[in-house]
Ligand binder design. Structure first.
Ligand code: NAI
Length: 448
């Protein structure tokens, strides 16, 4: 029986980053993955969707360039080369990960890992021992029990990535992050899109003014929204939903189910090992430790935060704790991005969350159109930045943005929140000009 310092079940952003860090520290690591290294993020999530979205964005600009004085003719969106490019990128990154595991002397086994009741892990009938086991098995698209969800042309966020022709139209069930990103993709290439969301606004996890701004921007791209609308049934030709006690329907060709994700906890032997979990995921504390000493969990399987970069950080927290360095997750400093066009990027507390905590709160808002660089590059777009400050200490609590490629700016705000920077300190910093990032300082100055 082979023994390791750390056994990791699941080779996604939590698992492979933990393996890399543990390998760097000289730990003997076994990583077990039943499909491809990279998990959902690389194979059927972040990377493929961002690749498709980039092609859609280029097509959108090619067909909306007159405002910038550029005339283009005969722009077309060709699914086959777009998909080939996506697959090439995935393969390149998969190879990179294999190389990284080899470099760090991580043993990778293809197969499903399962905890054994008395310790250790079984993979393909072989038993491996370790004092530390990290469960990083990720999540899968949730399948709400909507009648008709098994009909043809009803896809989830994995199936839709393989789409290689433009549908006549698409109805998206769920106006969350996945729903909005795919709405933007299809809307940008000219496919009529309908989003059906059961809450009063899209993207419930995002500051609602920013979410409303995103909805208005997406409406410019052939996308219509039904809010406060609950889907009741999918038929061969329609999606039926109820709103205000009234039943309505929209015609459909393709349907995308984007109503959340479910942690992958089945078949892991959690019950027999008495690891605490429920439908929301495996229970962990801030050190990513479960109730069983030596059993750790990180990433989507914990249901704490459904983001690849948070998963990777959780993997690092586990490795640090195993190797004697106390480390904890600080979830509120993890930035989130919605890769629509325009993008949404947020970090820290929203105004509503800060007020719920009973803190004195000061906010400032600034339209991005006050910024020269933004105006030069975004003709028909209304970006917004909103900042949240602690009313007494002036600490920066939250930064929430919609506009352009604000994903590339949010790390700066995340660093400031992580370092508990105050608004007067930000006022003393110099930002490069002309960049859109200047709106962060300008919004802070407005609040001072
Ligand atoms: P989500 O939780 O963001 O949104 C699901 C939406 O569906 C909610 O707004 C919910 O109210 C709505 N909904 C649920 N059932 C419904 C029904 N029957 N009828 C109408 N609306 C219904 O989940 P989503 O978009 O599936 O994404 C899953 C997770 O993956 C999210 O937590 C997200 O943060 C993460 N993710 C992150 C990405 C990023 O960082 N860019 C990209 C994709 C996913």
């Amino acid at each position: 029986m082979k023994s390791y310092d750390l056994i990791i079940i699941g080779g996604g952003p939590a698992g492979y980053v933990a393996a890399e860090r543990a390998g760097e520290k000289g730990l003997k690591v076994l990583l077990t993955e039943h499909r491809h290294l990279g998990g959902v993020c690389l194979n059927e999530g972040c990377i493929p969707s961002k690749t498709l979205l980039h092609s859609a964005k280029l097509y959108h600009y090619a067909t909306h360039s007159e405002a910038y004085g550029v005339q283009t003719e005969k722009a077309s969106f060709n699914f086959i080369p777009v998909q080939e490019r996506k697959n090439r990128i995935i393969n390149t990154l998969r190879k990179g990960l294999s190389g990284l595991m080899k470099k760090n002397k991580v043993d990778v086994v293809t197969g499903r890992g399962k905890l054994l009741p008395d310790g250790g892990v079984e993979v393909n009938g072989d038993i491996f021992q370790s004092d530390n086991i990290l469960i990083a098995t990720g999540s899968s698209p949730a399948a709400p029990p909507i009648p008709g969800n098994d009909l043809s042309k009803v896809l989830d966020s994995t199936g839709i990535l393989e789409c290689n022709t433009a549908p006549d139209n698409i109805v998206i069930i769920g106006g969350g992050v996945i729903g909005c990103e795919f709405a933007c993709f299809f809307g940008s290439i000219g496919v009529p899109v309908t989003v059906i969301e059961m809450l009063p606004e899209i993207c419930p996890s995002v500051d609602q003014e920013i979410a409303a701004g995103l909805r208005r921007e997406l409406e410019k791209k052939n996308i219509s929204f039904h809010l406060n609308a609950r889907v009741e049934e999918i038929t061969e030709k329609t999606v039926v939903f109820s709103s205000d006690g009234k039943s309505s329907s929209v015609e459909r060709d393709l349907v995308l189910m984007a109503a959340g994700r479910t942690p992958n906890t089945d078949g892991l032997g959690l019950e027999a090992r008495r690891v605490g979990f429920d439908r929301g995921g495996i229970h962990v504390n801030e050190r990513c430790a479960t109730n069983i000493p030596g059993v750790w969990a990180a990433g989507d399987v914990t249901g704490r935060v459904w983001l690849a970069h948070a998963a990777s950080r959780m993997g690092e927290v586990v490795v640090n704790n195993i190797s004697g360095k106390k480390d904890e997750m600080r979830y509120h400093t993890v930035p989130g991005v919605i890769y629509t066009n325009p993008e949404v990027a947020t970090v820290g507390w929203t105004e509503a969350q800060a007020r719920d905590k009973g803190w004195p709160v000061r906010t400032a808002k600034l339209p991005m159109t006050v910024n020269g660089r933004y105006l030069a590059e975004h003709d028909d777009e209304r970006g917004l930045i909103k900042i949240v400050l602690h009313g007494e200490t002036n600490a920066l609590l939250g930064v929430h943005m919609i506009g352009g490629a604000c994903s590339e700016m949010i790390f700066g705000a995340a660093s400031m929140i992580e370092m508990e920077v105050r608004s007067d300190e930000i006022a003393d910093m110099v930002f490069p000009h002309p960049t859109v990032s200047e709106v962060v300082r300008d919004a802070v100055l407005r609040a001072n």
